[in-house]
Design a protein around this ligand. Structure first.
Ligand SMILES: [Zn+2]
Ligand SMILES: [Zn+2]
Length: 442
């Protein structure tokens, strides 16, 4: 059976998020078609207590709501993110690396809490910081954590974002540069919103690892939960079966954002930065100035995901070029509520009008994920008369990968969706000089 999982989320206890109920998550999972969902923040005492009170173990290592009728179909995996921080020998300063941890039982979670507390870690902020001396210490501590229970799994999160292991902040070139001896315990890495298998294929070290995709959502909203996910082909539904698939690198396919939407895809400086006013600059890797300095403010530009991946390819001795396709199976997708909003020309994907149309599509197809699996002809047939024609055509264009983001995301600003055409990832060089203060600068 094909099982859709989304194994990275956050509860209301991770900074700045409102209260999130398990029932709301379960309902959203049902509409989306996500079978198994990571609880987020399972080390946090209050969220942990809520999980213990509301969930019961259904299949080994998988949990369901004790109450709530249909919502009891949803399965949860105990999961948290830990931010590991250490200095490395590769670049100056302390590097923070976000890591997803999966746990097979509440007992394993309790052991991890006790071990982390013995190292002085505070579990009260949703995603705790584990401060380490350097890669040797990271390796020793992570191995100790993993040895608490053979079912605990570490997955480096959103590896290409600035807070990911391969990100541009305090860069390192290899997993062992940061994880030390624990690097060999890594079976999978998370693609994150700003990279997909095509981008990660540039990095030789990832060839033998599984790539998984998760939403990293902080909300049960339909354009957040399951906005990226991983499909596994399993013989049975259990924690062990999912773990075995990850460890054997058996991913059926992943659903990915188009990386061009990611906030850090190309290199540059966004408008509004100090010394910029409304001026900005954006460069694809072949167009970044040789000194990597911003032509407007003179400071180093923020290096994007694509440029970073090409750079790591070189430092790992491969110098690969970006290919059009990957041997890994994946699709690019845009959350349905954002597709509907685009189709009917509404700015807010959370508006009532969009929500009503979302319900109609889900009722017609069973789940949102089904929409991305069926042929375009089926979409037209099933949705004819159910939603406006513009929505159907927008869905078909996205299924055909005929969409892009303009400008592509860079330096913390998301790309803006454009449907009906694609745009090149290379040859991009835009410098818009600031209107105000221009005379003083130049
Ligand atoms: Zn994170
Ligand atoms: Zn600048």
């Amino acid at each position: 059976m094909e099982i859709n999982v989304d194994l990275h989320s956050h509860s209301g206890y991770a900074g700045g998020v409102g209260d999130i109920s398990l029932a709301a998550l379960a309902l959203s999972m049902k509409k989306k078609g996500i079978h198994v969902f990571g609880t987020g923040d399972c080390l946090h005492p209050s969220w942990n207590a809520k999980l213990r009170e509301s969930l019961e173990e259904r299949e080994t290592g998988l949990f369901a709501l004790k109450e709530g009728g249909e919502n009891r179909q949803a399965r949860f995996i105990l999961q948290t993110e830990i931010i590991i921080t250490a200095e490395t020998a590769v670049s100056p300063g302390r590097k923070n690396v976000h890591c997803v941890f999966l746990f097979p039982s509440f007992e394993a979670v309790s052991s991890a809490v006790a071990l982390l507390e013995s190292w002085g870690v505070k579990n009260t902020i949703g995603r705790p910081f584990l401060k380490c001396e350097g890669p040797d210490d990271v390796g020793a501590k992570v191995v100790k954590l993993l040895e608490l229970d053979p079912g605990i799994e570490l997955i480096p999160a959103h590896v290409m974002t600035p807070q990911g292991v391969f990100g541009s902040a305090n860069p390192v070139n290899r997993l062992c540069d940061f994880f030390g001896e624990a690097a060999r315990k890594i079976n999978a890495v998370e693609t994150g919103l700003s990279a997909d298998p095509v981008v990660l294929d540039l990095i030789p070290e990832l060839d033998e690892l599984a790539l998984v995709s998760n939403s990293d959502c902080h909300s049960a909203a339909s354009n957040r939960l399951g906005r990226e996910f991983t499909a596994f082909e399993l013989d049975e539904l259990s924690y062990r079966a999912i773990l075995d698939a990850i460890r054997a690198r058996r991913v059926a396919w992943t659903a990915e954002f188009n990386p061009g939407e990611g906030k850090y895809f190309l290199s540059g400086h966004r408008a509004g930065k100090q010394g910029h006013d409304d001026g900005y600059c954006v460069f694809s890797p072949d167009k970044t100035p040789p000194d990597r300095r911003c032509p407007i403010c003179g400071k180093p530009v923020t290096i994007g995901v694509l440029e970073r991946a090409l750079e790591i390819s070189r430092t790992q001795g491969a110098d690969r070029k970006l290919q059009k396709e990957s041997k890994r199976k994946f699709i690019h997708m845009v959350p349905l509520s954002e597709v509907i909003a685009y189709g009917i020309g509404v700015a807010n994907p959370s508006s009532k009008k969009v929500a009503a149309l979302y319900e109609r599509v889900v009722q017609a197809l069973g789940t949102e994920i089904e929409l991305w699996k069926v042929a375009p002809a089926t979409v037209r047939e099933v949705l004819e008369g159910v939603v406006p024609r513009e929505v159907i055509e927008t869905i078909v264009e996205i299924k055909s990968d005929n969409f892009t983001f303009e400008p592509l995301g860079f330096d913390g600003s998301y790309g803006k969706l454009v449907v009906g055409r694609t745009s090149p990832w290379f040859g991009v060089s835009t410098v818009k000089m600031p209107e105000k203060g221009r005379g003083e600068l130049f």
